[in-house]
Design a binder for this molecule. Structure first.
Ligand code: ATP
Ligand code: MG
Length: 446
């Protein structure tokens, strides 16, 4: 008789329903997997928020958390689960609470990455506290905002030190805009950061475990157009640096599901945002890249659950700083060492072996599901709950087109034709409508 082991993956969710349904469906379709001669079964469960005893047992092996960065009761449950029960978490709530965007800049500056000049200025309106009057008169020295801005240089961005979702972000081109933005920053603590302007490419990289997808991003467009389907849009050197950077920051902070933003000019890669506890994974924004994301989220969660990977709450900063501070290493050498450290942290070799054996059936399973009617139903329902009624038809056609393009590209890859995709079609904004006519389905288009 085969030995069976069951692993529960918990989903702690915000308002989203699209990727969780995809995840649950794929886990169910995957069925039992074999690891080390033993049969393992994966199951999922959506978590609810309830009173908990700090000694309560925890049934989940792994929890994918999308809520705790803004809702604190579950965040404290996650910490208890990690500390008392050894539950594996995506992401680490300890370092996400303590290390915001600001700390990520600091760590990367120390590691040698090319962060634009950044200054943190004191609160415009300090927190209301009985001791504030004394602190303000004694320690909060007057400062010359214009002089600080001159040092950073125009144009610049003013943005919260712990930002997210573009809250309080503004581009500053002159003194008037500087003062207006600072006056309205209120109780937000703000960075002034030199603008990278102009730049060639905005690269957004999504990292899950040791795997990274670098995508071309256009923040000025509506969400459904922001991720452009584009291949080979970076110089290899810049692409490699972004890959290493993404994995480095994640391994450094013990983040395992994170998206990062880098502005690239030629081979020069300048990171501007590297701490997103709840990265975008919606079908309606990732579209073509959604299959990659959901497959990797499943693979990494399965790897952590099935192999019993132990969560590391603590960081190992000195190991990284020893590389950063070594005067005998060139930048190229340091990147190579960072890549090795990241691979070691993520057990990249074991993970890829696990994907190639235990999860060998997964890529085809994902492909079949994405090209079939169940995914189409999910797509339609997601569009219906995301957009107003008069836009449903247009967006269903748009996303069907993009997903059809993914299915076609997979077929090309399998035939060894990767790279021969018609670039006009891939890069065209309206490519979606060209690939599949409105109302068509994947199966109709094959
Ligand atoms: N230094 C910079 N140079 C050029 N553009 C910048 C810079 N900093 C921010 N931006 C622009 O402002 C946008 C928002 O900034 P940032 O990503 O730091 O804020 P955020 O609130 O974390 O956004 P999100 O949560 O959407 O990632 C960026 O996507 C980019 O378009
Ligand atoms: Mg950002």
């Amino acid at each position: 008789m085969t030995d069976k082991t069951t692993h529960l993956i918990g989903l702690l969710l915000g308002t989203e329903d699209d990727w969780p349904r995809a995840f649950e469906t794929l886990v169910h379709r995957l069925g039992p997997v074999n690891y080390g001669g033993t049969e393992h079964r994966l199951t999922t469960e959506r978590l609810t928020i309830e009173p908990f005893d700090l000694r309560d047992p925890v049934r989940q092996d792994v929890v994918i958390d999308r809520l705790a960065w803004w809702y604190f009761h579950p965040r404290e449950w996650l910490k208890k689960a990690a500390l008392v029960n050894g539950t594996y978490l995506l992401n680490n709530p300890f370092t996400f609470q303590a290390m915001e965007k600001h700390s990520a800049y600091c760590a990367m500056i120390r590691l040698g990455f090319d962060i634009p000049d950044t200054v943190l200025v004191p609160y415009k309106n300090p927190i209301d506290h009985e001791k504030w009057t004394y602190t303000a008169s004694t320690y909060n020295l007057p400062f010359d905002l214009d002089e600080v801005a001159e040092r950073v240089g125009y144009p610049m961005f003013m943005k919260p030190f712990d930002g997210g979702a573009w809250r309080g972000v503004s581009r500053i081109d002159d003194q008037a805009a500087l003062h207006s933005a600072y006056d309205s920053s209120g109780q937000m603590l703000m960075h002034l950061q030199a603008a990278v302007s102009p730049f060639d490419v905005f690269a957004r990289s999504l990292t899950i475990g040791p795997e990274t997808q670098v995508m071309k991003f256009r923040p000025e467009l509506p969400m459904h157009h922001r991720y452009e389907v584009a291949h080979d849009f970076l110089e290899p050197e810049a692409g490699q640096e972004i890959l290493t950077l993404s994995r480095t920051i994640n391994a450094f902070f013990r983040w395992e599901f994170n998206s990062c933003e880098t502005l690239v000019t030629g081979t020069r890669a300048r990171p501007i945002d590297y701490a997103n506890a709840c990265p975008d994974i919606a079908i309606t924004s990732l579209h073509y890249y959604f299959p990659w994301a959901i497959q990797n989220l499943l693979s990494w969660s399965a790897f952590c659950a099935v192999t019993g990977r132990r969560a590391q709450i603590d960081t190992a900063t000195t190991t990284w700083f020893d590389v950063a501070d070594n005067p005998d290493l060139s930048w190229h050498d340091k990147l190579a060492r960072y890549a090795q450290l990241a691979d070691a942290y993520f057990q990249a070799e074991e993970y890829r072996e696990f994907c190639g054996t235990t999860l060998a059936a997964l890529p085809e399973l994902v492909h079949d599901w994405i090209s079939g009617p169940d995914f189409d139903q999910l797509l339609v329902e997601t569009v219906q709950t995301t957009y107003p009624a008069h836009e449903h038809e247009q967006f269903i056609a748009h996303f069907r087109g993009l997903m059809g393009m993914w299915v076609a590209d997979q077929a090309n890859q399998n035939q060894g034709n990767q790279g021969q995709v018609n670039q006009d079609q891939v890069n065209s904004k309206d490519a979606a409508q060209q690939v599949v006519p409105a109302g068509g389905t994947f199966s109709d288009s094959k």
